[in-house]
Design a protein around this ligand. Structure first.
Ligand code: GLA
Length: 387
């Protein structure tokens, strides 16, 4: 009897392991079965907890894989001008890769995305100290930000499948005040867009700035950098930073600078403009652009075109700003999915958000959330092709 149980247990383990290895399902078109949200084991978070990988499909053939670990987008396929689907986002093959420490590949970022100067801020007369995990500053929610926690996931199947993720950050977690209940819903829409709806409520005044940190390389294949991608940013100002990448407080017009992307421009055209101090500080682009349309409407913030594949990515958001980061810290030390080495500038990020260091900059739009209020933002990443 015991032997039989052992046999069943080992068969089960083997099938789980197999599921983990074979998590990359081919994208299939159309049938209702192919629109089901698949679940597979992604790895062990601790002795008692496992991470799961959820695979969402739409009828157009796009597949997005998301893990409840960090709410991470693990893979994301988009068609090129010949209809060929490729994974266009950097990441790791298994949970172990993410646990080794990667620079936020595809993850949800919070409670405060981007930097807070010296890891300190004052709210309602009380000062709060955060971990300094980026030189003298706090970055992306701390040592164990929302990118490193296990979210509770609820898959919602349908023509436009969703994955609802919830997490409650405790009062004092990573130094921030207030129990913060967060809900993020990823929806894969029919038109090959991924909508991300963020919501949060708190029981004490706090600061919130949520985003996603996907790295895109629209060429597919992860064999080249993103310097020939052509970018448009609907932003007529950007936030100059100091040497530690904290905004100086100035909103600087982009006109006449290497930061002008109001008309489509190749990333590589001016990224090494070493006469520009801001490019030197960022080691390239790693700055927050202030969107020209400052309303809370869902508006086009950025678009990216990659000429070889014909892929176009458009980013719509209700947020006032976008951090455009060109993978300047990628240096070939990380081997990602399929054994591909992520070299310098192999991915670009378009992180929709409020301005960095807002908790210390009273003139910036407020990131304070009070009890009774609901933080609510939406960002849509939409793929299409230009022939
Ligand atoms: C953000 C920051 C960058 C860098 C990356 C992660 O986008 O602005 O400076 O820290 O995250 O490497």
């Amino acid at each position: 009897m015991k032997k039989n149980n052992l046999l069943v247990a080992s068969l089960l383990t083997a099938s789980l392991l197999w599921a983990c290895e074979s998590k990359k399902s081919e994208s299939t078109q159309g049938t209702s079965d192919s629109l089901k949200i698949e679940q597979s084991a992604f790895g062990k978070v601790s002795d008692s907890t496992q991470a799961t990988l959820y695979t969402l499909h739409n009828a157009a053939g796009t597949t997005v894989q998301i893990s409840d670990f960090g709410g991470t987008i693990v893979s994301w396929t988009a068609p090129d001008k010949n209809g060929k689907f490729d994974d266009i986002t950097l990441g790791c093959d298994s949970l172990a890769g993410y646990q080794k420490g990667v620079p936020y590949f595809g993850a949800l970022i919070g409670r405060y995305g981007n930097r807070i100067a010296k890891g300190q801020f004052t709210l309602d007369g009380k000062s709060y100290s955060l971990a300094k995990n980026n030189g003298p500053n706090a970055l992306h929610g701390g040592l164990k930000g929302f990118d490193k926690v296990l979210w509770k996931a609820t898959p919602i199947e349908g023509e436009e499948p969703s994955l609802k993720l919830t997490y409650t950050a405790k009062d004092g977690e990573e130094g921030y005040p207030g129990n913060l209940s967060v809900e993020v819903v990823y929806t894969l829409q029919k038109d090959n867009s991924l909508k991300i709806d963020y919501k949060a409520t708190t029981d004490k005044a706090t600061v919130v700035n949520l985003t996603n940190h996907a790295y895109f390389n629209l060429k597919g294949g992860f064999d080249s950098d993103i310097l020939d991608h052509e970018v448009t940013l609907n932003a007529d100002k950007f936030l100059p930073v100091d040497a530690t990448l904290i905004p100086t407080g100035e909103l600087k017009p982009v006109a006449g600078t290497s930061f002008d992307f109001t008309k489509s421009s190749k990333i590589g055209a001016r990224i090494n403009d070493t006469k520009d101090e801001q490019i030197k500080f960022g080691l390239g682009y790693d700055h927050c652009w202030v969107l020209t349309d400052s309303t809370k409407n869902l508006k086009l913030a950025a678009s990216v075109y990659e000429p070889t594949s014909g892929r176009v990515l458009e980013v719509f958001t209700t947020e006032p700003a976008i951090q455009f980061y060109t993978g300047n810290f990628l240096d070939g030390t990380i081997t990602g999915k399929g054994g591909k080495v992520y070299k310098h500038r192999f991915g670009l990020c378009l992180e929709t958000q409020h301005y960095p260091d807002s908790p210390n900059k009273p003139k910036f739009p407020s990131t304070v959330l009070k009890p009774g209020e609901t933080y609510e933002t939406t960002t849509v990443y939409k793929f299409s092709v230009k022939k």
